[in-house]
Design a protein around this ligand. Structure first.
Ligand SMILES: Nc1ncnc2c1ncn2[C@@H]1O[C@H](COP(=O)(O)OP(=O)(O)OP(=O)(O)O)[C@@H](O)[C@H]1O
Ligand SMILES: [Mg+2]
Length: 326
């Protein structure tokens, strides 16, 4: 079991685009952190930084408090099981390749195939002979072959047929518990995130805007962006439309990460911000990014603070207001 911690992590693509901007996020040992946020908010970039596929411009990524010396304790499963396996390698070789040196490969491959509920006789099959769901099981076995302490799952069921998403999800959740893995679980699907996560973090334009226990963030969201995400999520048996002013701003321009707005990044779309409430000019200039602290549930919004103060046993909230640096 291990704790994964992002401390002030910033990732840039070229000079113009800051895809992840000063992110502080902890994946506690043996727990699942669900990471949600719209397309382009930087979720995959954060995951890629953790496994070393992109280099942060600043900040650090710590495992149990120490900088990573190797990436082996962190393994990632990607969205597309078709491109994540080499089509010229048998699945047995693919899994064996990911094992640490000296492992008893043959026995271990069979054990891993059993773990992901695939028949051991598929060991000599090529990925082309497998269904999408079976390939994703192989990708999971391959990730587990590296004996990870932390598993990073990036939209692992999104490319699969709806009918098999549930079984792959159940498998991952069972394995996470049995192996006591810490997990960063990225998904667009809030129902899926609710199902697997202990903690939920919400990302918007490269920043974490709300984080807390899953039941609090999803059941009692504080940031207007989280509320918007939840309102937009399809709900069984519900056909109601969001209230009129929320509907109005939800139609605003999508966020452009090349030109993040000053002040609160969400202000051009915010249903409780200066578009609707003209007295809230400070949202145009003051960055509400909350300092990293030990509150369980926190939201980076000037106007969530009063509400958050009332949440459960959390200590009183004093959101730090930073002068915007842009
Ligand atoms: N290799 C890259 N080169 C340049 N820009 C990139 C690259 N990868 C991602 N980006 C940009 O960085 C921003 C964050 O992208 P990222 O893929 O991390 O978002 P995401 O939250 O995972 O989105 P999605 O939900 O669509 O997967 C986006 O503006 C995206 O266009
Ligand atoms: Mg992504």
């Amino acid at each position: 079991m291990s704790e994964l911690r992002f401390e002030g992590v910033t990732v840039r693509y070229g000079r113009a685009l800051t895809a992840v901007d000063g992110v502080d996020l902890t994946v506690p040992s043996g727990q699942v952190v669900g990471l949600v946020g719209e397309s382009g908010s930087g979720k995959s970039t954060l995951a890629r930084a953790a496994v070393g596929l992109v280099e942060p411009a600043s900040g650090q990524i710590l495992l149990d408090g120490s900088p990573l010396h190797s990436r082996r304790p962190l393994q990632m499963v990607f969205q597309d099981p078709y491109s994540s396996l080499d089509p010229r390698m048998t699945i047995g070789d693919s899994i064996a390749e990911a094992m640490p040196r000296g492992a008893r490969r043959r026995d271990e491959v069979v054990r891993l195939l059993e773990l992901v509920e695939l028949d051991a006789d598929r060991v000599s099959a090529y990925p082309g002979a497998l269904s999408g769901g079976q390939r994703q099981r192989v990708a999971i076995a391959r990730a587990l072959a590296g004996k990870p302490e932390v598993l990073i799952a990036d939209e692992i069921t999104s490319a699969l047929d709806v009918s098999i998403q549930g079984t792959v999800l159940n498998l991952v959740r069972t394995l996470q518990r049995e192996l006591q893995l810490s997990m960063l679980f990225i998904s667009h699907n809030l129902a899926v995130v609710r199902y697997v996560s202990d903690i939920v973090a919400v990302m918007y334009l490269g920043r974490i805007v709300e984080v807390g226990p899953a039941r609090d963030v999803l059941g009692n969201p504080q940031h207007p962006y989280t509320k918007e995400l939840l309102a937009a999520a399809p709900r069984r048996g519900s056909t109601s439309l969001p209230p009129p002013d929320e509907a109005l701003v939800a139609d605003a321009e999508p966020a452009d990460p090349h030109h993040p707005p000053a002040g609160c990044r969400f202000h051009p779309r915010c249903p409780i911000g200066p578009l609707i409430r003209t007295d809230r000019e400070h949202c145009l200039t003051l960055d509400p990014t909350a300092e990293a602290d030990h509150r369980l549930h926190r939201a980076a919004c000037h106007h969530a603070a009063g509400v958050l103060r009332a949440v459960g046993s959390n200590p009183p909230v004093h959101l730090q207001l930073k002068e915007d640096s842009q």
